[in-house]
Write a protein that binds this ligand. Structure first.
Ligand code: HAM
Length: 416
């Protein structure tokens, strides 16, 4: 450990960076409730089983990337690598089990032990939504539309919506046969991961990033033509609804997504400003089996990576951290107490104040007022104390006057 830096792939968000985070969080609180979604919060630590069952035991996230630990009670826990599985666990005990619809959104840290790179972190943050309990192509289209609405709200444009379908497990079987036949003659010269996937998780081969496998993956047949009829119709309906909503999209037959819970619609939003890690959001329709529930819970949702949204926004940040409306300093320590109580009174009137707790020179006081971008500096020296006044300096135009201490709060409240 050097300099107490955070662990690799994890970062502090410093006060001068926080405003953009607040902006994208506030936009979520504004946009998602317009579609009847309410915020839900789940624990950051869950039983490991929640993710093994939820995401699939053969996924990279579960096999290679989860941060796991055993607590003192011998429970096997994991830091959540994503939000969906925990949300569904939480919703499973509600009337969703009776077929009622639940609409929730969430935001917060997620953890994946991936190799850190630009835009790829080990602790990252997601804003996500889940609409669980009902299956309708209309809900899929609305969910995608809501994501685009949200991106408009935070000023992100120039993205591409990639769309595909995983179909239902039954309807994807004919495509699986085609896929197996296609890869069989090549699999011996593909990477070890692909060899394993060929045995356990065939579709995931399409997700392989190894350049040596790329040539074979690019040549894979278009599986959308080999799906069962129900899933094909479902997908066609989602596409036609999006067209009706004037949402541009590109069909990407090789989009399988990295989690095994998906059925039917899957999508990803890529952004050209992000380099290698160009997915700013991803999602789709899923089925998650919850232990004890009669049937799997079905839902549609997405999650956007907050760090990647901020990169895609590429905003020049005004550093307003620590700025206040009023700065108060004492040239004589005798005024420190009355200054502190004046500061408290002003704050109770919703005026932000920084009151120095040490005596200052006039020069240092004005420097301090500028450093905190104060609109007004209130300065008390020997004379002011004697006359129960305070010097009030307008930092924008330099004008100043002595105001009785008993009037200063009212005086400022009219100006700020
Ligand atoms: P995901 O595609 O694994 O989906 O992650 C969603 C988004 O989180 C990605 O598009 C990316 O922006 C961000 N992200 C993922 N991993 C990292 C990382 N290591 N560093 C930085 N950002 C990252 C899910 O997590 C699903 N739960 C989405 C979903 C919700 N599907 C249905 N409902």
């Amino acid at each position: 450990m050097t300099n107490f830096a955070p662990p690799p792939g994890m970062s502090d968000v410093m006060p001068d960076e926080i405003e953009v985070w607040h902006d994208i969080e506030n936009a979520a609180h504004k946009i998602f409730p317009l579609y009847a979604y309410a915020e839900m919060r789940t624990p950051i630590l869950e039983y490991m089983e929640v993710f093994i069952h939820g995401l699939g035991k053969d996924t990279d996230v579960v096999q290679k990337e989860m941060y796991t630990l055993q607590d003192r009670g011998g429970r096997n826990l994991a830091l959540r690598p994503e939000g969906t599985a925990g949300i569904i666990r939480g919703l499973a005990s509600t009337d969703i089990a009776l077929g009622n619809e639940k609409r929730v959104y969430y935001m917060g840290p997620m953890f994946r032990g991936e190799r850190p790179a630009a835009g790829r972190k080990r602790q990252f943050h997601q804003i996500g939504v889940e609409n669980a309990g009902k299956v309708h192509p209309e809900l899929d289209a609305e969910c995608i539309y809501m994501l685009l609405h949200y991106l408009d709200e935070i000023g992100i444009s120039g993205h591409t919506l990639l769309l595909s379908t995983r179909a239902t497990p039954e309807d994807r079987k004919p495509a699986e046969i085609v896929l197996k036949k296609y890869f069989e003659p090549h699999i011996d010269i593909m990477c070890q991961d692909c060899k394993n996937r060929f045995q356990k998780n065939l579709w995931r081969i399409l997700d392989c990033k190894n350049p040596a496998c790329g040539e074979f993956i690019r040549g894979a047949p278009n599986l959308l033509g080999h799906l069962g009829e129900n899933s094909r119709k479902y997908f066609e309906k989602v596409c036609s609804l999006l067209e009706y909503m004037k949402v541009p999209f590109t069909i990407e037959p090789r989009l399988v997504r990295g989690l095994d819970y998906y059925v039917h619609t899957v999508f990803e939003l890529t952004h050209p400003g992000l380099g290698g890690q160009n997915a700013i959001a991803g999602g789709g329709r899923y089925q998650i089996a919850v232990p004890g529930a009669k049937k799997p819970i079905e839902g549609i949702g997405f999650a956007a990576g907050m760090e990647r949204l901020i990169m895609a926004q590429n905003k020049k940040v005004e550093n307003s951290a620590g700025s206040v409306s009023v700065y108060i300093a004492a040239l004589d320590s005798a005024a420190l107490e009355s200054n502190a109580s004046l500061a408290n009174n002003l704050r109770r009137m919703n005026i932000s104040v920084l009151a120095e707790c040490e005596q200052r020179s006039m020069k240092a006081a004005l420097r301090g007022a500028n450093r905190h971008s104060a609109k007004f500096a209130l300065i008390s020296g020997e004379n002011e104390i004697k006359n129960s006044n305070i010097l009030c300096k307008n930092m924008a135009d330099g004008s100043q006057s002595e105001i009785p201490l008993s009037n200063i709060a009212e005086h400022l409240s009219k100006l700020i």
